[in-house]
Ligand binder design. Sequence first.
Ligand code: FMN
Length: 189
Amino acid sequence: MQKKKIIVAVTGASGSVYAKLLFDNLLTLTDQIAKVGVVMSDNAKEVWRFELGNSDYDNYPFDFYHKMDFNAPFASGSAKFDTMIIVPCSMGTLGRIAHGISNDLISRAADVILKERRKLIAVVRDTPFSLIHINNMKTVTEAGGIICPANPSFYHIPKTIEEVAQSVVSRVIDLAGLEMDSFRWNEEN
Ligand SMILES: Cc1cc2nc3c(=O)[nH]c(=O)nc-3n(C[C@H](O)[C@H](O)[C@H](O)COP(=O)(O)O)c2cc1C
C-alpha cells in the first residue's frame, strides 16, 4: 500500500477530543502515512484549551501550518495530498467550503481536495441543524465530500468520554482508508 499524505484541519466546533484522538491514532499508523499536515483555526485552539484544559496540540510531531499560510503544499493540487479530514468541522467552515470561499488555508485546502477529486471527510458538529447547515452538507456531499457527523455510537459500551469519542474517530480512520484495530460489531476483536 502506498503511504498516504493526509491533511488534518481542526476548527472551532465543540469536540476537540475528536481531534486529539485522531492525532493519537495517526501516531500509531506511521507505517501507512508519509506525511500529516495540520492546520488549526484560531477558535480550534481556543476550544481545545477550554475543553481539554491544555495546549497539547503543540506537542504533536506533525507539520503544522498557520491558517493563513497559502504557501503550505496542500494549498495547491500539485502537492497530491490524498485525504483531508476536518475534525471537528464547524458550521462556519462547512459553509465556506460549500460556497467555495477559500479565504483561509482550511477552506482553500478543502477546495483543492474537492477540485482534484480526492477524499474530504468533514466531521461536522452542531445540534440541531438549520436548513442552511443541511443544504451545505448536501452541497459538499454532491461535490464528492463525505459528511461524517460527530455522532458517537454506544454499542461498544464505552466507559469514558474518550471511549465514546473513539467510536467516531474509528469511523474516520476507516473512511480515510487506513487500517487500524477497532471495535467491529459482532466480529472478534
Ligand atoms: C466553546 C465553543 C464551542 C463551539 N461549538 C461549536 C459547534 O459545536 N459547532 C459550530 O459550528 N460552532 C461552534 N462554535 C463556534 C465556532 O467556534 C465559530 O463559529 C467560529 O467562527 C468557527 O470558525 P472556524 O471554523 O474558523 O473555527 C463554538 C465556539 C465555542 C467558543
